[in-house]
Structures are given as C-alpha cells and as structure tokens.
Design a protein around this ligand. Structure first.
Ligand code: FAD
Length: 451
C-alpha cells in the first residue's frame, strides 16, 4: 500500500491527495454480462498486460482483471504527489541495450525522453565527501565472489572475514543486491536462472510506470476485481472474484509469489506439492522507496541522476541500516532513497513517518543539523511488504532453493498458466515480466488449452 506523508504542506493537502486516490477507487462495479472469454489474465502489471496484448494480437478472446484500482502493479508512476513523475516501484530500465519497453519509448520521442543512466555517484564519509575509491574497491571484490562462486549458499558465508571487517562493508552490503540481505541471498539464483539479452541501465524522464501504461494503452482491464479462487478441476477454469465468477478455457496467473505464497488465491483442487514448495523457496524481498522533494539551493551540488552513498556502520548487522540516494531524478527536485532487506521491512512496519525520519536524520548527519528546515519540501514512502496485492517488492531464492524457480514456470493441466517477474529469465525486472507474459501467452496459444 502506498503511503504518503507530507510535512510542510500539512494535513489539508494530505487529505486532498488521499481523496484523489479515493476518487479513483470509486469506479463503477463491473458486470460480467458479456460472454465469458477464452482466457482470463489475472493481474494488470507488466506481465499481465503483456500476456493480454499477445493474446489480443492472436485474436483470442481475453479478459484481463486487476485487483487494484489502477494498472501497472509494481511499475507505477505517481504524478499527483509532487507534480513531477515519481516511480513508486520499478524505475531503472534494466537490460537497457535490449530492453523492448525502452525501445518502444525511444520510438515515441515526442512523449518520452529515454536515456542511458549516466552512472555517477557521490560518496560521503560522515560530513566529508570522499572519492569512493575504498567503497568501489570493496564492491568489486564482493561482486567477483558473487560472479564466480556459483553455489546455492548464503553469499555472506562465502565472503572472507577480512572483507567483512572493512569499514565500508555495511555500506557495500546494501549495494550488492537491491532488496536482499546477504545472509538470505544466493548467487545460485542468478547462475541457475538468470539470463537477459541486454546490459546497462536506462532512465525514462516521464517515469517507467508512465511508459509502461502507454506501451500497453490498447489493453482493456477490469479494475477492482479481486480473484479469490481458481477452480480448475473440471473442463476449463472458473475464476471466482469479488464481482462474480468468470468461466474460461484457461487462465494466466501473473500475481506475485508473495500473493501466491500467502494463498490469497485458493486453487481447487490444490496445485501439485512442488508448486507450493516453490512458493516457499522463491520468496519476496523487501525494497522500499522514500521519495523526497528538496529545495533547489541544496540540489545545486549534484548533477542530475546522481547516486548518493553515505557510510554506514551497523557493526556487521545482518541487515545494515542504510539507504542509497538517487538525486535530482531526470533534472527535477525529486530524490529517491532506497532501503532494502529486513531493515526495510522493519522500518515499513513502523510506518511512513519512521521511514522518512530515518532518511532525513541520516541526511542531517551528512549535510548539517538544519537540513530539514532549510531544504525539505515534501516526502512520501512506499510500503510494498504490506501491500496485499504484492506482499513484497520482487522475488529471490532462499539459499538452497534456487532450482525451485523452474517450478514456478510450469503450467498445470493446460489450464492454469503462470507468468510474472518471478518466472522470467530476467527476473525482478519490468521488462523481464513483460517478456514472461508474452512467452506464456504463446505457450498457451500453442497448447491444447484453446481446443
Ligand atoms: C520498490 C521496487 C523497486 C523496483 N525497481 C525496479 C527497477 O528499477 N527496474 C525494474 O525493471 N524493476 C524494478 N522492480 C521490479 C518490477 O517492478 C517488477 O519485477 C515488475 O513490475 C513485476 O511485474 P509483474 O507483472 O510480474 O507483477 P505485478 O506488477 O505485481 O503485477 C501483478 C498484478 O496482479 C494484481 N493482483 C494481485 N493479487 C490479485 C488478485 N487476487 N486478484 C486480481 N489481481 C491481483 C496486482 O495488483 C498487480 O497489479 C522494482 C519493484 C519494486 C517494488
């Protein structure tokens, strides 16, 4: 659930922002009076929109349904809070050199500015700006361990004690993976399951969510339609929702592994045991964003799209308490601060204010005690771990369970198909989810499901 916290602007504007969200929620009830489709796609994130588009292209009758009051899932750009694009989920166009959504954006130059991430950073040790040499040297060493040790073990166990004693270790710990603590991270997941045609990262000035929505503008979605059960014991499937039951020949499930693991959707009959083992082994990580609008007089010291790292010392904690910053996003006065792992989850449970305070207090210790009074305008914090439609940010294998990711991809009885980022070759990404939707729609099309 997205949480907004505004300070300077006060409660009146907070209510205004909340009410505009409610207005969106009050959409008319949906009638399923129309004939039942051949295929139901569950979820209108990157994967669901892609699967639906692919089936539409093949002239298959398809209905895409979405539990939230908007499309995009974990890739959504908030335009209301700051008046500039604020990605609350996916922001970087990973695999940039071959990212198909980026390619689409580049073809629409009148609407989108798509560009390569300049990949610049500034590093602070306390109040002093430092070269960052030590940090990047350490990062390279850990990256090398990650790339060469293919075992499905916790990465932390493969890192020599000497490296762990380095004063930059806690900072680097949080840069190695965007969402997972190294005790709960296995490079085996990458080695066994990851492949991507592209390299590098790109950015979209208008926001990745805006780009995704435009990329899929021809896909019709029934919003506010929550799936509670999928009955697949007989011929075809019956998809039971809060708005009634839809009969179809097959369905494509694109909800997160967090939602599947929590059994928010009941399968009748139950899925094969291996599938549930996969939901236990490939779990959701926590990654959250605190987005802060800052005054231009402070931001003058940064170039556009600059990463900010401040030295953290959590005494070798399992989940160091730190964040990375991304300053002046696409030249605006908006900055993104990312937290991850158990620390991020605990902070989220404390609430938006605690999340924002954590970042602001760290910025105070780096840029001076009057930082807040002098430079702060407005902030919001995300809450992906507690959002009932995601229950986490993106998937990762628990050490020892990397091979279970393959089980997620298996479809059941030529009736229940699974897509979504966790099933993608470029898992954890928007463009990977998009490709998974297309692949699964194609699998379904050539399977006996539609006979
Ligand atoms: C904080 C954060 C940062 C990220 N950063 C990046 C990044 O920089 N670059 C990148 O490429 N990726 C990033 N990602 C990952 C990326 O956003 C996801 O991998 C991708 O968007 C997932 O798409 P999906 O379609 O698989 O799933 P989702 O987007 O989760 O779509 C599934 C949809 O199903 C709906 N749903 C759930 N339950 C039900 C139900 N019972 N009934 C009906 N509908 C339901 C959900 O509401 C959702 O819309 C980030 C994610 C987060 C959270």
């Amino acid at each position: 659930m997205r949480k907004i916290f505004l300070r300077r602007t006060g409660r009146r504007q907070f209510l205004k922002a909340s009410l505009s969200g409610l207005a969106l929620a009050a959409l008319p009830r949906i009638s399923f009076a129309q004939p039942n489709p051949d295929v139901v796609v569950i979820g209108a994130g990157s994967a669901g929109l892609s699967a639906t588009a692919e089936l539409m292209r093949r002239n298959i009758s398809v209905l895409c349904i979405e539990g939230m009051n908007r499309i995009g899932g974990r890739c959504y750009t908030d335009m209301l809070t700051f008046g500039v694009p604020a990605d609350i989920g996916g922001h970087w166009l990973h695999g940039f050199s071959a990212n198909q959504i980026a390619e689409f954006g580049k073809k629409h130059k009148d609407k989108f500015k798509i560009y390569k991430d300049p990949d610049r950073s500034v590093v602070y040790d306390g109040r002093s700006k430092v070269s960052g040499k030590e940090l990047w040297k350490l990062y390279k060493k850990i990256k090398e361990i990650k790339n060469t040790r293919t075992s499905d073990k916790p990465l932390i166990d493969l890192i020599p004690e000497k490296i762990k004693k380095n004063s930059w270790f806690d900072t680097v710990h949080k840069i190695v993976d965007g969402a997972r603590d190294l005790g709960n991270y296995t490079a085996g997941d990458d080695h066994a399951n990851w492949s991507d045609a592209g390299i590098g990262d790109g950015l979209c000035r208008e926001g990745y969510g805006t780009l995704l929505a435009y990329y899929r503008k021809d896909v019709t979605v029934k919003l506010n339609t929550i799936v509670n059960e999928i009955k697949w014991g007989g011929k075809g499937v019956q998809v039971v929702t809060n708005k009634g039951t839809i009969n179809a020949k097959a369905c494509i499930v694109t909800v997160s592994v967090g939602v599947l693991r929590a059994e928010k959707i009941k399968f009748t009959p139950a899925l094969p045991l291996k599938k549930y083992e996969a939901f236990e082994g490939i779990t959701m990580n926590t990654s959250n964003r605190v987005l802060i609008q800052l005054k231009k007089k402070f931001l003058g010291k940064f170039k556009n799209d600059t990463y900010l790292y401040t030295k953290c010392n959590s005494n070798g904690a399992k989940s160091p308490k730190t964040f990375y910053g991304f300053m002046k996003m696409s030249g605006t006065n908006l900055c993104l601060f990312g937290t991850s792992g158990q620390f991020s989850k605990d902070l989220e449970n404390e609430g938006s204010e605690a999340m924002i305070d954590f970042v602001v207090n760290d910025l105070k210790s780096t840029f001076g005690s009057k930082f807040y009074e002098k430079y702060f305008i407005k902030a919001m914090a995300t809450g992906w771990a507690n959002n009932p439609f995601t229950l986490g940010a993106y998937s990762g294998a628990i050490p020892g369970k990397a091979l279970l990711r393959r089980e997620l991809r298996r479809h059941e009885g030529d009736r229940v198909f699974f897509a979504g980022e966790a099933t993608a070759n470029a898992f954890q990404t928007v463009h990977g989810a998009d490709l998974s939707g297309k692949r699964v729609a194609t699998d379904l099309y050539i399977s006996p499901a539609l006979d």
